[in-house]
Design a binder for this molecule. Structure first.
Ligand SMILES: Cc1cc2nc3c(=O)[nH]c(=O)nc-3n(C[C@H](O)[C@H](O)[C@H](O)COP(=O)(O)O)c2cc1C
Length: 178
């Protein structure tokens, strides 16, 4: 009991600094976005780091109406449903670093990103979470990422209030990209 509590204190939602290996880093930016904030941030990251970029889309799009969207998202999360997505990365092995970019939804990460993590192994990679939000920062998304990314090393992420990308490239330089 005490051991598991200590483990949880150490492991739950903890991230591991910003140190990436020096030199060439094959990087992939994976993002999900409904209204464009995360898409803008993801594109800046891809341009700055020279990464490949992929947008995750749910096979059945969420409703445009916000109220209906929140209802569907809430049910999906409560039921732990993994929605089908349209994308699959065939050369996942070739990437050393993966930026996971997403809006915070109901204090967590949208389920299509969880589907992505389940279908495309992040094990052995460096993962950098990038969340856009309207006040929740990362919410509980980091522990969700941890539980779906095998033994990936989750680095300290970047949280962007209302998708504000001011200062984003300076933050990226802290990971050793230049
Ligand atoms: C269904 C839904 C749930 C949301 N839940 C939260 C939340 O719990 N906390 C928060 O800070 N922002 C929440 N937001 C706001 C978004 O995270 C924020 O507007 C984000 O930047 C949108 O990114 P996008 O334009 O890439 O879709 C929510 C938005 C939607 C549509």
């Amino acid at each position: 009991m005490i051991v598991s509590m200590i483990f949880c204190l150490c492991a739950c939602g903890q991230t591991s600094g910003k140190a990436l290996p020096q030199g060439e880093k094959d990087t992939l930016v994976v993002y999900f976005s409904r209204t464009g904030n995360t898409a803008d941030a993801a594109q800046i990251i891809a341009d700055y780091t020279g990464a490949d970029i992929i947008r995750i889309t749910r096979t059945e799009p969420y409703p445009d109406n916000l109220e209906a969207c929140v209802k569907e998202v809430s049910e999906e999360m409560q039921n732990g449903e993994l929605p089908a997505i349209n994308e699959k990365v065939n050369n996942m092995n070739s990437y050393d670093v993966v930026f996971l970019c997403y809006p915070i939804w109901l204090n967590s990460i949208p389920m299509p990103m969880v589907t992505f993590m389940e279908e495309n192994s992040l094990s052995g990679k460096y993962v950098i979470p990038v969340a856009t939000h309207s006040g929740s920062e990362f919410g509980n998304s980091i522990s969700v990422i941890q539980s779906h990314s095998g033994n990936a090393k989750i680095l300290d992420g970047i949280a962007l209030l209302n998708g504000n990308t001011q200062g984003l490239t300076e933050k990226l330089s802290e990971y050793g990209y230049n």
